[in-house]
Design a protein around this ligand. Structure first.
Ligand code: SF4
Ligand code: SF4
Length: 122
């Protein structure tokens, strides 16, 4: 007996085309910064999340990824299915790119937390 609405696809996703394991960084940024220790590196050297059910959507991994490989599929209760968010933490601000279902892209900025940014040596 299947659900009428099927699986709701929410959570953290890594674009393996973009993920480069943070280049020469000693520890991958998403692994370093996830407060729940949910991010890990797979055998193919790409990052992944252990279980989206344990993720509390803090977006630390989304913001810190130097290649913007991580997207957060937002819960349908917040917006609509198929919307993704990319972010980049800079010294004074975080830039956000929201992609809507129809392909429309919206850019936002929020103040920085003040945490030193990571400068990848790619
Ligand atoms: S922070 Fe980005 S580039 Fe670095 S390991 Fe994680 S997903 Fe890959
Ligand atoms: S959103 Fe937060 S809790 Fe979830 S995987 Fe990323 S850093 Fe970890």
């Amino acid at each position: 007996m299947g659900s009428e609405h099927g699986e709701i696809d929410v959570g953290i996703k890594v674009d393996e085309e973009r993920c480069n394991r943070c280049g020469t960084a000693e520890e991958p940024m998403c692994v370093r910064d996830c407060p729940g220790d949910l991010m890990f590196i797979k055998d193919n050297d790409k990052a992944a999340i252990t279980d989206n059910a344990d993720c509390w959507d803090c977006a630390a991994c989304v913001k810190v990824c130097p290649t913007q490989a991580i997207t957060m599929q937002l819960p349908t209760s917040l917006v609509v299915r198929g919307v993704t968010l990319r972010g980049r933490g800079l010294r004074h601000k975080t830039t956000w790119t929201l992609r809507l279902r129809d392909g429309e892209v919206r850019e936002y900025e929020t103040p920085s937390t003040g945490k030193a940014p990571f400068t990848p040596n790619l």
